[in-house]
Ligand binder design. Structure first.
Ligand code: SAH
Length: 367
């Protein structure tokens, strides 16, 4: 059992999810098909169906012989996610799904359709080891890391729902992906980088989603931010800062005791320079905790002159937390101070709040 207050970087070892096509890079898929006694070119055909057309029913892969379809589906496309429950709001355009994994672990993903885009918020771990006191996921501790395929399958499930016209607004495509569901993506670095590749590489290697539309959010694991900058792909980096001073951030984001505000921001700026991408700073406004005008000024001091964008998130309620969202006038003042200092800032909508699907509310509790 996790000790309260302890940070967990190493996920508990559990039975591995079954081998899956989506865990494999294109070359590895060809090898896997050869090992099944099939010609290597079948790997691209299958990948086109699965990643390009989101078609997981092998009977629809009519360019392959029937026995090859069955063999590949049986060995390389085991079902990884079983839907346990879906709930929606916003007239069906926000949908939260709870998934059961092969070993019974539960994760959640959220699909949000807007007039001009569809964003999926996906999980990278079952639970989370980062222990931020205002986040519901953090309160349950870390169960395990997800595999690359388990991460990508969340997006494919959303893509299939959109293809079938199940989300009001007609058939559509997933345009944006945020690694802002359960878990700390950079604590599951290899699987997350694999998933990003499957998402952004063109069909048949991947789904062909623009890297511009993908955001990886982190509490600030500095060495992994630097790895990501070196390795690409050039996704947007979001840093959950929540406080400009170490004294407060040590308690809001406990990993700050390992890598402090200035170390995290240095790594973020280096990431921005390497990718030429604007870094996002996440700042959940908590009444009388981190919403003072002087903290807005201090935040502006830290960010001024950098390629940055601030996402202010009104605190979403979580069970057992004594904290609440800031007063509207304090939120306005906070935002205005940043604007006056020339820092781009938006207040994030609270989509999904009524279905416990908003930031920090994902706990995968099925009653
Ligand atoms: N572990 C990563 C990915 C999760 S992203 C990270 O922390 O960045 C989820 C975002 O929602 C983070 O910015 C997180 O700090 C924020 N968040 C957590 N609890 C929240 C709450 N109760 N209200 C608003 N935002 C919250």
């Amino acid at each position: 059992m996790p000790v309260p207050g302890e940070l967990v970087f190493e996920a508990p070892r559990r039975g591995k999810p079954p081998a899956h096509l989506l865990d494999l890079a294109p070359e590895e898929r060809r090898t896997a098909l050869l090992e099944l006694g099939l010609p290597a070119f079948r790997a691209d055909q299958v990948s086109r169906h699965v990643l390009g057309r989101h078609e997981d029913d092998p009977s629809a892969w009519t360019d392959l012989p029937a026995d090859a379809r069955e063999l590949v589906a049986d060995r390389l496309l085991p079902r990884l996610l079983t839907p346990v429950r879906s709930i929606d709001c916003d007239s069906g355009t926000t949908v939260k799904t709870v998934w059961r994994l092969h070993d019974g672990a539960l994760v959640e993903s959220v699909l949000m359709r807007y007039p001009d885009r569809v964003t999926m918020c996906i999980s990278s771990q079952a639970g989370c080891g980062m222990n931020c006191p205002f986040c519901a996921t953090g309160q349950g501790g870390l169960t395990r890391n997800l595999s690359t395929a388990e991460i990508v399958e969340q997006v494919l499930a959303g893509a299939r729902a959109l293809d079938r016209g199940e989300v009001p607004g007609g058939p559509g495509r997933v345009s944006n992906i945020v690694f802002m569901g359960m878990g700390e993506p950079l604590a599951n670095y290899r699987a997350v980088v694999g998933a990003v590749r499957r998402l952004v590489e063109p069909v048949p290697a991947g789904m062909g989603i623009s890297a511009r539309g993908v955001t990886v959010s982190t509490v600030g694991l500095v060495p992994r931010i630097r790895d990501l900058a070196a390795e690409g792909p050039p996704v947007t980096l979001a840093v959950s800062l929540h406080a400009p001073d170490d004294e407060l951030r040590d308690s809001l984001v406990p990993v700050n005791t390992r890598w402090n505000v200035s170390e995290v921001l240095d790594a973020a700026w280096a990431y921005g320079e390497a990718t030429r991408r604007r870094v996002s700073i996440e700042y959940a406004l908590i009444k009388d905790i981190n919403d003072q005008a002087w903290r807005a000024e201090l935040l502006a001091d830290l960010l001024a002159g950098h390629l940055v964008h601030v996402n202010v998130i009104p605190l979403n309620p979580t069970p057992g937390s004594q904290w609440t969202a800031s007063r509207p006038e304090d939120e306005r003042t906070f935002v205005r101070i940043l604007e006056r200092r020339g820092i781009p800032v938006t207040v994030r909508d609270t989509r999904g709040r009524e279905i416990d699907g908003a930031c920090g509310q994902l706990a995968a509790i099925v009653d």
